[in-house]
Design a protein around this ligand. Structure first.
Ligand code: KIV
Length: 267
């Protein structure tokens, strides 16, 4: 029997059962296969592909075509995990109609099961238009990398005004039909309040332990292209050292004629 993909509705229902969501970003086929086999609930093909894989300085230059290309590979590498495509800067801001066209391409061309959108109340029309067309939407509040040029700092203040805005945004996204919401760099006490107030799951990144799930950028937790030293990241591997070491050993072997081995010395 074919394995069933995890649906958005199933992810949303885990909150009531007290089951935490384990989520990671991913951008390619071999990594996606490993994450799928490891039991990841949700894979986000994040616009963080811009910084992590494509060498951009921010997520702003990332295009819809670029994330679609990566999302296709991730979908091909998975059979069970829910795959969500991050709609990049300027692929959803112009109008609900443009946003729906972008979300439609994500489902039709890449085969993802949902899309993510950065922003709160001002995007309610966009969210409900996409959800009404049958495409699940993951919200994203707190630090919004696509708005970095107008934000004073990354970390949100722990204040009553920020709390009220987060609660209003979270409630509006829930009412518009989001199945869950990412909370990025939200002070843990505020993330706990938002989590308690919403029926849909919150998925934290740098927002403390009280969210209903957690997400990390894959390369940060694997120590690949690391060195950014974000305090919220737990590094589970040191791939920079492993890959750098392997590449160095290969260069060395080739230069000194140790690879390939001489004929008759085995394959
Ligand atoms: O693009 C991304 O990696 C994200 C995560 C930080 C949630 O949006």
């Amino acid at each position: 029997m074919a394995t069933q993909r995890t649906t958005a509705a199933e992810l949303a229902s885990r909150k009531a059962k007290g089951e935490r969501l384990a989520c990671l970003t991913c951008y390619d086929y071999p990594m996606a296969r490993l994450l799928d086999q490891a039991g990841i609930d949700l894979i986000l093909v994040g616009d963080s592909v811009g910084n992590t894989v494509l060498g951009y300085e921010s997520t702003l230059p990332v295009t819809l075509d670029e994330v679609l290309h990566h999302a296709k590979a991730v979908v091909r590498g998975t059979s069970r995990a829910h795959v969500c495509l991050d709609l990049p800067f300027m692929s959803f801001q112009l109008s609900p109609r443009d946003a729906l066209a972008s979300a439609g391409r994500a489902v039709k061309e890449a085969g993802v099961q949902s899309v993510k959108i950065e922003g709160g109340r001002r995007l309610i029309g966009v969210v409900s238009t996409i959800v009404d067309a049958g495409i699940p939407v993951l919200g994203h509040l707190g630090y919004l990398p696509q708005s970095a040029n107008v934000l004073a700092r990354r970390k949100l203040e722990d204040s009553a005004a920020v709390r009220d805005a987060l609660l209003a945004d979270g409630t509006a996204l829930q009412e518009a039909g989001c199945y869950a919401v990412v909370l990025e760099l939200v002070p843990p006490s505020l993330a706990a309040e938002v989590t308690a107030a919403l029926q849909i799951p919150t998925i934290g990144i740098g927002s403390g332990p009280h969210c209903d799930g957690q997400i990390l950028v894959l390369y940060d937790m694997l120590g690949l292209g690391a060195g950014k030293g974000f305090r919220h990241v737990k590094q589970y591997a040191a791939l920079d050292e492993i890959i750098g070491g392997a590449a160095g050993a290969y260069v060395d072997d080739v230069r000194r004629g140790a690879f390939p081995p001489s004929e008759g010395a085995g394959s």
